[in-house]
Every structure is written in C-alpha cells, then in structure tokens.
Design a protein around this ligand. Structure first.
Ligand code: ADP
Length: 263
C-alpha cells in the first residue's frame, strides 16, 4: 500500500536464475490448477525452491489444492507468502474478503500481478509457476509484459474441441514472443481394473495442440506428458495434499513427476 515507487520484479532482471512458467489453458475445468500445484510440489520434492502465483481470478483454487492454512503476513512493506509442501504461495483469493467474486478490471489485475511479483518476499526461487486464468486474457498479456522470459505451459484435455481453444491460448506466445515450454494433456484416459484404458474425452488433443503450435510458432513444441484420470488426484486436491505427495505411486502422480523432471 502507499505511494512508494514500483519495485523491480526480481524475475525480470537480467541474469535472473529463476525459471518462470505461465500455466495456460483455453478453457476452465481442464485441470490447469491441478497441474500447476502438483508440478510445484513435485519440483519442491526434487529439492528446488518453488513459488506459485495464483493469478486465476475466477478460480483461485491453488491455496485449497495445496492446503495453505495461513494468510500472507506483512513485514515492513513486503508481503511474506505462506508455504505448504515447501511451496511458497500467493493468491488473489488471499486478498479478497470471504468468498466474494472478483470483479476487477484489466488495469487492476495488472497492478495486482505486478505487486505479487515485486512486493512479495520470494527469496531466491529456482522455479516460479503462474496459474493463469483460462483463455487468452489480460493477465496473459500482463505476464508477458512483466516477465518477458516467462515460458508458457499449455494444458489441454484429449478432446479436439478443447484442443482448438488451447491452441489459441498457446498462440499468444507468437504475439508476445514468449517461448512455449510444451503441452500437457490431462484427463487422457481412465485405467480400468483389467488394465484397459478408457478414453473418456477422446484422444489426440495434446498431440494436436503441440503440432499446431509447432507450425504456428515455427519452433518445436513438445507434448510433455499425458496425465490419466485418477480419483486420488481429485481427492488430494480436495484435501490440500497434492497427489504427488499423498499418493506418489498413483498413475497421475507418476505422470506428473515425470513431467516435472523434464521441465
Ligand atoms: P482448471 O484449473 O483448468 O479449471 P482444475 O485443476 O480446477 O481445472 O480441475 C477441475 C476439476 O477436475 C477439479 O475438481 C480437479 O480435482 C479435477 N481433476 C483435474 N484433473 C484430474 C485428473 N487427472 N483426474 C481426476 N480429476 C481431475
């Protein structure tokens, strides 16, 4: 608060050692926040220093999924982020009283994001993950302006209709000149007790998005992994214990750890 001049964003300084990933999706409900929180927990388990900015103003589900029990505290004019599973977390939901809907406009969101990046005491992070709102909105543009080196991770389901909107979310990288770190397909199949895979949402969406982004961007964009439907993932999210931590052998956890290793 106050009228102090804007602080520099440490992640945008030349020579910053922090890898920044903006996790994007075309539409809601594809598992973007689930992927963000589990990748964060998996990277922290590897011994990396990890932070998450929940910039999904419509969802702000990250604190619940990571089981963040505390609110941020203020020390002088810096914000200390709460931690859970060795991940530092800041969410727009932490600054909204009660369960009220957020009706901020673009410029306010830009300002909030700027504050989350500059005025939060992150320390030396190895990785910062940003959970973006679904679609190609103002926040994605703000991220590109505030941290041009942020790479985009696109989350989609196997469904072709979902893949088309996910492509648009990834193609924003062309305009902003950001790198696309890759595509993650979620809800790829359900493994039945007899070992067969039921492809509930169809197949091929992730590969389609990766191919078409490779075409439109003119640089190789890879499908980084496929995450199956898994009840333990959903339960973990509901209980604030990411599946990679609570059920490390569950199919979704194995897939997510593999993706985290490859980042
Ligand atoms: P988004 O951030 O894209 O809106 P969420 O991460 O909130 O999506 O996921 C939407 C819902 O689907 C949540 O209830 C989540 O627990 C569930 N979910 C996501 N991925 C999976 C999965 N692979 N298996 C089972 N449930 C999942």
């Amino acid at each position: 608060k106050g009228s102090s001049p804007e602080r520099e964003i440490p992640f945008a300084k030349p020579g910053s050692m922090t890898r920044v990933y903006a996790v994007a999706s075309g539409k809601g409900g594809v598992g973007k926040s689930s992927v963000t929180t589990n990748l964060a927990a998996a990277l922290a388990e590897q011994g990396l220093k990890v932070g998450v900015v929940d910039a999904d103003i419509y969802g702000f589900s990250v604190p619940r999924m990571l089981g963040v029990a505390h609110r941020p505290t203020q020390v002088d004019d810096m914000i200390l982020p709460p931690e859970a599973h060795d991940v530092k977390v800041i969410s727009i939901g932490m600054f909204v009283p009660g369960n009220q809907p957020v009706v901020w406009r673009g410029p306010m969101l830009h300002r909030a994001l700027q504050q989350f990046l500059a005025d939060v005491f992150w320390g030396d992070l190895d990785v910062l993950l940003l959970d973006l709102p679904p679609g190609t909105g103002d926040i994605a543009i703000s991220v590109a302006q505030l941290i041009p080196t942020a790479e985009i991770l696109v989350v989609t389901t196997p469904q072709q209709a979902a893949a088309e909107v996910a492509e648009r979310a990834g193609a924003i990288a062309l305009q902003t000149k950001q790198r696309v770190a890759g595509v993650i397909e979620n809800m790829s199949w359900l493994e039945l007790p007899d070992g067969t895979r039921q492809e509930i949402f169809g197949a091929g969406g992730g590969a389609t998005v990766a191919e078409s982004l490779t075409q439109s961007i003119g640089a190789p964009v890879e499908l980084l992994g496929q995450i199956p439907l898994d009840t333990t993932l959903r339960e973990g999210a509901d209980h604030g214990i990411p599946v990679v931590v609570g059920h490390p052998d569950a199919p979704a956890a194995v897939a997510l750890r593999g993706i985290a290793k490859g980042l």
